[in-house]
Structure formats: C-alpha cells, structure tokens
Ligand binder design. Sequence first.
Ligand code: NAG
Ligand code: NAG
Length: 419
Amino acid sequence: MAPAVAFFLFIFLTTVESYTNITLGSLILANGHDPPWKSPSGEFAFGFQAVPGGRYILSIWFDKLPDKTIAWSANRENPAPAGSKIELFPDGKFVLSYSDGRQIWAANSDGTGVAYAAMLDTGNFVLAGNNPPSVAWQSFDEPTDTLLPGQVLHQGFSLISKFSKGNYSRGRFKFILQTDGNLVLYTTNFPLYDTVSAYWSTQTVGTGFQLVFDESGYIYLTARDKSVIYYLSSNEALTTKSYQRLTLQYDGVLRHYLRPKSGGREWTVGDYYPSNICLRILQDTARGACGFNSLCMIGADRNPSCACPKGYFFVNPNDELGDCRPDYRPQICDDPKDSERYGFVDMVDTDWPLSDYAHFNPVSEEWCRQACLEDCFCAVAIYRESNCWKKKIPLSNGRIDATVGGKAMIKIRKSNGTL
Ligand SMILES: *[C@@H]1O[C@H](CO)[C@@H](O)[C@H](O)[C@H]1NC(C)=O
Ligand SMILES: *[C@@H]1O[C@H](CO)[C@@H](O)[C@H](O)[C@H]1NC(C)=O
C-alpha cells in the first residue's frame, strides 16, 4: 500500500473510531497526546485538559472552539499528574486514578448494568446499559459551574464558580436551586463552602421545582406542574445555530453565554445576574464582591472588576478577587507627630459601607479629613452631605459607582513620592 493511502486510511479509521461507543475496558491516559472521546458531531469531547502546573483535569469541553471551553470537570479540586488515567473497567466502574492505581475520582455508580459509555452531542457523558436501556450515571447530574442546553438543575443541586480565570478549583460563589424552591446566588465562606449571604434570588420559595435550559436557548424555572414561573432567558437562541452555556463565573456573575457555530471568535453574553454585583453584595462579615480593602466597579463592558485603592496592592498578584494590603506601615498611635507623615488620596463615588466605627454630622469635609488624620485607627474617611464616617481596615464591600455619591479620603503615608 502506498504510504499516502495508508495514511489516509489511518485518518479515516481513527476518525470513525472516535465516533463509536466507548466499550468496557477503554481508557485514556493523561499524557497530552491520548485522544479524547468525541461526540458524534465532534462538538464535545471528554478527556484530559492540561492546566497550569503540568497537571490535568478530566473534563468535557467544546471541542470545535479554539479555546476548548470546559463545561464540566471531575477533579477540578485535585488536578491529576501526568500518567493518571480514566478507565471504564470491564465491571462497568468508571474511575480516575493515579498511575499507581490509587483512586482520584469515580463516577457515582457501582457499574451494575453498564454496557458502554458515550459522549453525547448535548455535552452529556453517560454510562449506559442495554437491557433494559438505562443510564447508570451521567455528567449532567453532577454540574460543576456550567449548565448546557438540554440540562436540568434539580432541587438541592448547585453550580460553584471556579476560583479564577485559570484556576478551576472551587471558588467563592454558589448558584443553587434550594429544596424550598428558591433559586439563589450566594457568596461562599471561602475556603469553606457554606454560604454567607444571598445576592440574587427568584423569590420562589414553595413553588420552584426545576431549572430547565432547553434546546431553544430558553432558561426557566418551572413549578412541579411544569408551568414556567420565572424566565432567566426568554430570547430564542437555537442550539443548532449557536453554542450556549449558563455559567457561574469566578467573578460571581451568572451568565448565559452564546457563540455562533458559524465562527464566533468569542463568547458573547445574553442575560446575566445580578445586574450590578458590586452593589448587590453587602455582607456584615466576609469580603464583598472583591477582596478586603478592594474596590468593585462595573466597566463599560458591564463586567465587574476589582482594583486596590491608591497606596494598596494585591496580596496575591495572581488573584484579582483577593485582598489588598497597604504598602506602608500603620500610623503610630503613641506619637502624635507621626500623623504628619500621612496624607490623603480622594476618590469620588467610592465607599466601603458597613466598615465604619465613628460617624459625625454635621461637619465640614476639612474637619472630617483632620479628624481622620489625627486618629491612628482611621484608614479611610467617607464624606457625603455633611456626614463624616471613619473606617478601619480591613474594609469590605468596597464599590465605585455613580449612585454612591460623596468621596472617600484614603489615608496613605507620604513617602517615596506617593503623595
Ligand atoms: C452504541 O450502543 C448502543 C447500545 O448498544 C447502540 O444502540 C448504538 O447504536 C451504539 N452507537 C454506536 C455509534 O455504535
Ligand atoms: C487554585 O486555587 C486554590 C484555592 O485558592 C489553591 O488552593 C490552588 O493552589 C490553586 N491552584 C493553582 C494551580 O494555582
């Protein structure tokens, strides 16, 4: 056989091969070159995706998109080292393990009745049986941070955001259809996963039953009798024409993403919740939409971003949702002269509500500034309509928004030409 023909045949066979059911005994190694298992259309793939640190997460992704956007993953908390493998054992068990056989993750099924596995065109990966036809386990029942068209979120199930853009580990926000019927967005008590406060909900206690993402791009909450009680997305967007997903992003915003199949360069956003996360999150303890001392702001692209005030910088430069710390030493309390080494930067329409320990009214702005300067506890003074609030660090729920009004006077040390 001529090499060109042999090569063609090889391509043909491997292409066909990737379209068939995954038989018992099949496996994929996390080594950067084992091919993933693809859906018949080729739109979705199941396999290992490399993440920073030379590790791999077992995941399902949009395979025709250059960025291979991940829709589901098994071990996002514990990325697997090279040499790990996912194996569909002859007894039907489906296990992700290290090269030495120790288990990292396993599908929640004892394998009974499993005859094959399949990556379906909907993006659902199933362990299935023949007699009778059955599904022993499916990825659609264990969502991570994303729902796909055709998928249903049941009561008690949730999406948890990833930690940051490039870190798929569980992050700081949760979207849950509660067993009481309410569909809610919560901040989590990071690094634990209990919830701190709700920042959006459908207020459907007693009525919400299932969140449905249908093939026409509608996303809605139904009651037990299947009637629609709340639309999250009421614009038709056919899944034959566009890729779609509903993702709780690492920044806490739940977004309906769309991308034309005819070559959209990036995901565009349809409906999203809440409309202004910077203003919606307000909690007595914990941080807010951004980290401690940080400020949240909605940009022209309608996305929130976090930034440290002048004189502060991110504790972890790779974590823009993290905390900010001052780049100067705190004011000395038993030396009144030390206050002379400090001054203020003003930021309009800026506030950290709830972080105040003193309030004066009516006073002038100059009085407020001086009162904060002479007070070694005062990190920031807020002045608005004759009111003066003194704030202490760490500051939380920081926001910059035209509706805030007034100004924040941020005390910083007059060194190195900062002021
Ligand atoms: C996959 O297996 C099922 C059940 O055995 C069968 O009905 C179906 O035709 C198979 N699909 C392919 C592409 O082999
Ligand atoms: C991802 O974030 C988690 C949570 O902070 C952290 O424990 C983990 O080390 C991070 N992973 C990487 C690769 O940075």
